[in-house]
Write a protein that binds this ligand. Structure first.
Ligand code: ADP
Length: 324
């Protein structure tokens, strides 16, 4: 049997270049070597989302992005987390072997608690336990994620080790699979690209919208005039260019240092490269969008296939924990 891959993302809407370069490209590639399970983790979304009216539409838009990017639903199970409720049962069982102190020290919990002091809910603390349940329910071994997820994954490994030592070998220790771009910076050039920071470029934007969005990027702040030489080493346009065309990235870096190219021109070149690279994705996405029923069917079929594995694991866990 091939090893299993699992990964999930919250239904926050259309995917951006950070998701695409940091995770989604790996989702697609790993299908050749692994049995892959990709999950839209809607329950996780409830830890931070207070306006739930968009969740269903976000699930749809994200599924379109995933399928258009190359996730093949015949080979890979693609489903929505809450459609396989066994994960909530496993979450409760794993919570019994997870010391609270481990959860309270997770950096993202502290950050989120600061960001939403009015809503430091129980689910926010338990987020990594639910994430562990997502992974181990399918006994997944390889987890394609961006760098930001590494602390969560380390905790998942600790929970697995604890469970296995208490109840006997049950789950493999999941390992992260990073892409060569595990941390894509946003248009501000300082923080990770993220929808919530509004520094992102959605991959489903039209070519014209992409040009407009790229033009808002911050470049070398010391370069005020076209005649000033620039410093590509601190310019995110330079880094983003490298994701799409390394030869041109180097050529433009040289020209920038000699003030032979302006920032606006460089941004236009980058936007063109992005649009060129994403053209086949846009074509597939437009075709898929003509058939919303197909997207629904993919998710329904995925949930059914995932549930077969989930039920098996849950029986094994309950037996080991003395519940059966
Ligand atoms: P979640 O909140 O479930 O992590 P996200 O939409 O934030 O969902 O992320 C989905 C995937 O994309 C995760 O694997 C995450 O690590 C990755 N990712 C998100 N932002 C970036 C980024 N700026 N650079 C690299 N990878 C990223």
């Amino acid at each position: 049997m091939r090893k299993r891959v699992f990964s999930g993302a919250r239904p926050t809407g259309r995917q951006h270049l950070g998701n695409y370069l940091g995770a989604l490209q790996n989702y697609v590639k790993l299908q050749d070597e692994y049995d892959c399970i990709y999950c839209i983790v809607d329950i996780h979304a409830l830890t931070t989302v207070e306006d739930v009216s968009n969740i269903q539409n976000n699930i749809y838009e994200m599924t379109l992005d995933w399928l258009a990017a190359g996730i093949d639903p015949k080979r890979s199970i693609t489903f929505v987390q809450s459609h396989v409720p066994e994960v909530m049962e496993l979450h409760t069982l794993l919570s019994m072997v997870t010391p609270l102190s481990w959860l309270l020290r997770v950096p993202t919990f502290k950050e989120k608690a600061k960001l939403q002091p009015h809503n430091v809910n129980y689910g926010l603390v338990g987020y990594p336990v639910l994430m562990t349940a997502d992974i181990v329910l399918y006994k997944a071994e390889a987890i394609p994620v961006g760098e930001d997820q590494l602390p969560h994954l380390e905790l998942a490994r600790e929970i697995v080790r604890r469970f296995n030592s208490l109840f006997g070998p049950t789950f493999p220790e999941p390992e992260a699979k990073l892409t060569s771009f595990p941390m894509v910076l946003g248009l501000d050039g300082k923080q990770k690209m993220s929808k919530s920071l509004d520094n992102h470029i959605e991959i489903a934007l039209s070519p014209e919208e992409t040009v407009k969005r790229v033009r808002t990027a911050v470049t070398d702040p010391a370069r005020q005039y076209r005649t000033d030489p620039g410093n590509p080493g601190i310019c995110n346009i330079h880094f983003l260019h490298g994701y799409f065309n390394q030869t041109e990235q180097q050529r433009y870096a040289m020209m920038c240092r000699k003030a032979e190219v302006g920032c606006v021109e460089h941004k236009n070149v980058l936007a063109d490269e992005i649009n060129k690279a994403l053209a086949p994705f846009h074509e597939r996405r437009a075709a898929l969008a003509t058939n919303p029923q197909y997207v629904k069917d993919v998710l329904a079929d995925g949930a059914q296939r995932a549930q077969v594995v989930a039920r098996e694991t849950l029986v094994e866990v309950k037996k080991k924990m003395g519940l059966l």
